[in-house]
Design a binder for this molecule. Structure first.
Ligand code: PDD
Length: 281
């Protein structure tokens, strides 16, 4: 009989809570999404569900009804009563005693949390500091997989340096994205936003896609190209984009002040345009 020890108690493995045997814990064998609501309305739900569906199919979990996922998300959100909320959910391949090769008849596990989101006052004006860190991730960062150890380590190093976010730099010396966010630079002379082209080395960020859409309303073109940290540090404005915070100015990059050290005018215009979309529907 296979045994398991949980903290200091021994049990037959078949008697323990299947949550302990989740392949998400053993292998990071699952995918997730994070979304948020503004004033009682979930933002970009269809886009998040579409990306989730794609992530599932890319790792061959293909027996999930996305309409059911939508129902679970809406039901829990409505029960929460939060106007501004962050929602997290994941699906793993299932629970079973550890074996790299998954069993044939596993039932996927669904897990979701919702918490009230309190936006940090002043953050959009004062901005955040970031530092660079090597991009140690795998070659399919377009999949929103539960394997986030390199992202966690990057974030811990950033915090040690007094920074909110780590901007990841690949072996070619180019910025890919943040440890948990998309990255933009403003080229004020060309009146354009610069961002890395989508590919398997970055997540197709929903916030990135919204920023790309609203840029023209702010008089900004889009240039999809790769930047080195040195090139980024010379740009007039830098931006972090992520579901939970939408658009936040980056005011310090590896210790170097960006622009005037507060939110720049193009970033402010984007923040206002984004708010129109998210808050006044
Ligand atoms: N992270 N890149 C990475 C590596 C991310 O983890 C995230 C989001 C983004 C931004 O994607 P979006 O605009 O769709 O939120 C980019 C979520 C919030 C997280 O892991 O908590």
């Amino acid at each position: 009989m296979e045994l398991a020890m949980i903290n200091d108690d021994v049990f037959p493995i078949l008697k323990i809570d299947p949550a302990y045997l989740d392949r998400g814990i053993y292998f990071g064998d699952g995918v997730y999404e994070v979304l948020r609501s503004y004033d009682g309305q979930i933002f970009a739900l269809d886009e998040h569900l579409e990306r989730f569906d794609r992530s599932l199919r890319e790792i061959w979990i293909d027996n999930i009804d996305i309409k059911e996922v939508r129902r679970k998300v809406l039901e829990t959100y409505q029960k929460s009563g939060f106007g501004n909320a962050r929602m997290y959910f994941h699906i793993t391949r299932g629970s079973e005693p550890r074996n790299h090769l998954p069993g044939k008849n596993l039932n996927p596990n669904f897990f979701l949390t919702v918490n009230e989101l309190l936006d940090k006052p002043g953050e959009k004006e004062h901005g955040i500091k970031v530092c660079t860190y090597p991009d140690l991730r795998w070659k399919r960062c377009d999949i929103k997989s539960l394997n986030l150890l390199p992202n966690v380590m990057a974030k811990m190093v950033a915090e040690k340096k007094g920074c909110y976010e780590a901007i990841l730099v690949n072996d070619a010396g180019e910025i890919t994205e943040g440890s948990g966010s998309a990255f933009f630079a403003v080229d004020a002379k060309q009146k354009a936003l610069i961002t890395r082209p989508l590919g398997s080395d970055i997540l197709p960020s929903i916030t990135r896609s919204v920023v790309v859409k609203i840029a023209k309303n702010c008089g900004l073109g889009i240039i999809e190209k790769n930047l080195t940290p040195a090139q980024a540090a010379q740009c007039e404005e830098l931006i972090m984009a992520v579901t939970t915070k939408d658009i936040v100015p980056i005011v310090q990059f590896d210790g170097q002040t960006i622009g005037t050290g507060t939110c720049g005018k193009h970033t402010r215009a984007l923040i206002e345009e984004f708010a129109k979309l998210a808050r006044h529907r």
